[in-house]
Write a protein that binds this ligand. Structure first.
Ligand SMILES: Cc1cc2nc3c(=O)[nH]c(=O)nc-3n(C[C@H](O)[C@H](O)[C@H](O)COP(=O)(O)O)c2cc1C
Length: 154
């Protein structure tokens, strides 16, 4: 199994969380970590990963941090069929803002609307909570691994 872990960051937290997630995955999953600034929707699909993880912070009026803005705008324009894509979202934000973690929610909605399958729950790390982002990311990554290991009953 292989996973692509993509992050959108302004000040480094999302990148640190992406690395923390890859460390948890490392025993069972082959992972690649990339900045969303260096990724396009087409390159993501061509990677044909079993799981794509988005670690994205929120800024401004609920906008994507860093390369997330261009990536999700390109996705919005191209509207590729994401049937067959499994994804998970680790959001970072601050409950001080009314748009708390809006980018993570927007990402999950957009990816689902285009046909992707959402694995686990969208994490909402809160800077105001004082929780360590990397520890929160590792805990969440273990939950995602547990969901992936659970057989689907049809
Ligand atoms: C100028 C500024 C604006 C921010 N705007 C928001 C926001 O609108 N919504 C939110 O949930 N968090 C907001 N945050 C909090 C960041 O998303 C949060 O600190 C996050 O951990 C930063 O991640 P990064 O280091 O990967 O950029 C803002 C932070 C700063 C410094």
């Amino acid at each position: 199994m292989n996973a692509l872990i993509l992050y959108g960051t302004e000040t480094g937290n999302a990148e640190a969380c992406a690395t923390a997630i890859s460390q948890v995955f490392a025993d069972t999953v082959d992972t690649e970590v990339h900045d969303l600034a260096d990724m396009t929707p087409q390159a993501m699909l061509e990677a044909d990963a079993d799981l794509v993880v988005f670690a994205t912070a929120t800024y401004g009026e609920g906008e994507f941090a860093g390369g997330g803005a261009a990536f999700f705008e390109a996705l919005r324009e191209a509207k590729p069929n994401l049937g067959g894509l499994r994804f998970a979202v680790f959001g970072l934000g601050d409950s001080y803002y009314t748009t708390f973690n809006q980018a993570g929610e927007t990402a999950a909605t957009m990816l689902t609307t285009l046909g992707g399958t959402h694995v686990g729950h969208t994490a909402r790390h809160d800077t105001s909570s004082g929780d360590d982002p990397e520890e929160t990311a590792q805990e969440w990554a273990r939950e995602i691994l547990a969901v992936l290991a659970t057989p689907v009953v049809s």
